[in-house]
Write a protein that binds this ligand. Structure first.
Ligand SMILES: Cc1cc2nc3c(=O)[nH]c(=O)nc-3n(C[C@H](O)[C@H](O)[C@H](O)COP(=O)(O)OP(=O)(O)OC[C@H]3O[C@@H](n4cnc5c(N)ncnc54)[C@H](O)[C@@H]3O)c2cc1C
Length: 616
């Protein structure tokens, strides 16, 4: 599906809206037509036979690596990306959800499981991932969240030397250009990095109500990426002048003219070439425009294809669980627990509260000439909202000790809900059946609502990724195993109870907040607002918060599950690293983009340390 038509579909109904759409598109076209979005796409004929480093995947991590490694002028770097170039249309923050199910999304689905995503088509949850330069940072919701200090200290305690919070803070700061002076002047933030971080320049009154509700419930309004983690905050995002700041824009666009970096798009890597006797990686094989090509790596191959594709590529190349590789007829080079340890943040959707004033984001209202021009010319207005998310909070359920500052629940405030686009697209993006949408949201379509998506920060349930076949173009099998561990469900129920209570604070009562009275069809025989009812809602409208991690786990050599060592080198295979979200031993207590950028910053430095030392 074409991005323009689906992303901007809501703008195209009616003559005026069509004109608005045309004006906006023309403006963005004239402003940027002369430039490539992120990089010049090198034609196959101009490729060299070998490069010092080959990076597979130009996503959140891969774009950072391409930049940092090509800082060394004597090194030649090749970045291979399966998707194409970006576009200014993808950069309109409020449209984030509309980028899903388009050609820049891999459009993964989980295998059906009766414990979750029951209201979804085929009982499968949609798992979007970016297939474009910038990867998932190009279709994410742009929230800038780092997680908890204890996450990284735990990584170190697990035997990953060099990954404590004190070690990694410098790498968060290295990439950051925080535009909020109140944050920037603290020891936790910095300015001048490639990645712009700021609040959306425009807000609805709902975010003020959210912060006030937090105060009423005993939580402070604070920088949740600073000294303490627990609290409520107006979200900061990876945006610049009100537009998305993907890693492609941040890290690749400024270095377009570097001669020692070749960026190749539309290149699907099908295999890492490894000498089976010496177990040394020496290149990659990829398919581009139907042609099979091979390139050699003089120093290293770095796999940054994300938490689904990195394990798939390793397994296709002979690195993975022995029984699984043999089942698919793949010769085993190294028997490792690739694809295991899958962790994701699961939440619950559809928790919508009606308000009695026109203060929320309703699609048909925000697509007007004034707001579009405000966006195009000044980078302001409702189109700058981070996928509609305005507030972030970290709270403690009864299962954790509040004084530890290690919250177990994150809340995301959306100034709208699944019904805010009048049933045009959001239900498809969430994978819901048409029947479910009509039953629950039909009567409140286009009404003013706010929602909170609560998410579980440290799930105990773990899943895995497995090969479907040895064909690199077949999608792998995804088993998230949400709620396998009962504690996960118990915590999420507490989160829903908190949100319900929050809707009754005076801050939200001021707008007459009232939960959507329509029960979920499968839950209608259960008393509303009881624990069994909340559980039923969670199992029906389970939602990934899109953070799969851990499938190429980093760990010390005594960890039987480890795939890479603390320097991100694949165990048993020389000159091969994995650097992306898949290396997280435990998922961080927050959104994953900033931590993955940090991982790539640190990974780049480790590579430089090792190779530059050898070259002296
Ligand atoms: C809808 C959505 C909303 C999100 N919102 C947020 C948010 O608000 N804040 C936040 O912090 N995080 C968010 N995330 C998560 C975050 O964006 C991701 O965790 C992060 O971008 C993943 O980075 P990565 O480098 O591991 O993988 P990716 O960024 O996915 O990069 C992998 C790249 O490799 C390419 N690739 C894969 N296989 C191959 C192959 N075989 N050959 C060549 N190239 C290949 C892919 O096309 C892709 O470009 C969101 C994610 C989604 C999907």
């Amino acid at each position: 599906m074409d991005v323009g038509s689906i992303a901007l579909g809501g703008m195209t109904s009616g003559l005026t809206q069509s004109m608005c759409w045309m004006l906006l598109t023309m403006f963005l076209y004239i402003k940027y037509a002369v430039d490539d979005y992120a990089a010049k796409n090198v034609p196959s004929g101009a490729l060299m036979s070998s490069y010092d480093f080959i990076i597979v995947g130009g996503g959140s991590a891969g774009s950072v690596l391409a930049n940092r490694l090509s800082e060394i002028e004597d090194w030649n770097v090749l970045l291979l990306e399966a998707g194409g170039d970006g576009s200014e249309i993808y950069d309109i923050p409020v449209l984030a959800a509309n980028l899903q199910l388009t050609q820049i999304d891999w459009k993964y689905k989980t295998e059906p499981n009766k414990n979750f995503c029951r209201a979804m088509e085929g009982g499968q949850c949609n798992w979007p991932r970016g297939k474009v330069i910038g990867g998932t940072s190009m279709l994410n919701y742009m929230l800038y969240v780092r997680g908890n200090k204890k996450d990284y200290d735990t990584w170190e305690q697990l035997g990953n030397t060099g990954w404590s919070y004190d070690d990694v803070l410098q790498y968060f700061k290295k990439s950051e250009d925080n535009q909020n002076p109140l944050h920037a002047e603290t020891p936790y933030h910095s300015t001048g990095g490639y990645l712009t971080v700021q609040e959306a320049p425009w807000h609805t009154p709902l975010v003020t109500a959210f912060i006030k509700a937090g105060l009423e419930m005993g939580y402070e309004n604070r920088d949740i990426n600073g000294k303490r983690h627990t609290g409520f905050m107006v979200a900061q995002g990876t945006i610049r002048h009100g537009r998305r700041c993907s890693t492609a824009k941040a890290f690749l666009r400024p270095i377009r003219t570097r001669k020692n970096l070749h960026v190749v798009m539309g290149a699907h890597v099908t295999k890492i070439l490894i000498d089976p006797s010496s177990k040394v990686a020496y290149g990659v094989e990829f398919v581009r425009d139907g042609e099979r090509l091979c390139v050699r790596a003089k120093k290293e191959v770095i796999v940054s294809a994300g938490s689904i594709n990195s394990p798939q590529l390793l397994m296709l190349s002979g690195i993975g669980p022995k029984e699984q590789l043999l089942k698919h007829g793949i010769p085993v080079i190294q028997d490792l627990k690739v694809g295991h340890n899958l962790q994701d943040h699961v939440g619950v959707g559809g928790v919508a509260f009606l308000v009695n004033e026109e203060i929320a984001l309703v699609e048909s209202r925000i697509y007007n000439i004034q707001d579009m021009l405000g966006y195009a010319i000044f980078g302001d207005g409702p189109l700058t909202l981070l996928g509609g998310i305005e507030g972030v909070a970290f709270i403690n359920s009864k299962f954790v000790n509040g004084s530890d500052d290690f919250p177990d629940i994150e809340l995301l405030l959306a100034a709208g809900g699944a019904c805010s686009d009048g049933g045009r697209n959001m239900w498809k993006v969430h994978g819901l059946t048409n029947k479910f949408y009509d039953a629950v949201f039909g009567e409140i379509s286009n009404k003013d609502v706010w929602s909170v998506i609560p998410m579980l920060l440290r799930p105990k349930s773990k899943g895995f990724i497995a090969l479907r076949s040895s064909n690199p173009f077949d999608y792998p099998l995804i088993y998230p195993n949400y709620f396998d561990q009962p504690e996960d469900m118990a915590t999420l129920i507490e989160a829903l109870k908190f949100v319900f209570k929050m809707s009754k604070t005076s801050a939200f009562r001021r707008y007459g907040s009232k939960m959507n009275p329509k029960p979920f069809p499968a839950c209608k025989n259960i008393s509303m607002y009881t624990d069994p009812y909340w559980e039923c809602m969670i199992r029906e409208y389970s939602m990934t918060i899109y953070h799969p991690t851990g499938t190429c786990k980093m760990g010390p050599n005594w960890d039987p599950e480890a795939v890479v060592d603390p320097r991100l080198r694949v165990y048993g295979v020389a000159r091969l690293r994995v650097i992306d979200g898949s290396i997280m031993p435990n998922i961080v207590s927050g959104n994953t983009n900033a931590p993955i950028i940090m991982i790539a910053e640190k990974g780049s430095d480790m590579i430089k340390e090792e190779w530059l030392k050898n070259e002296v």
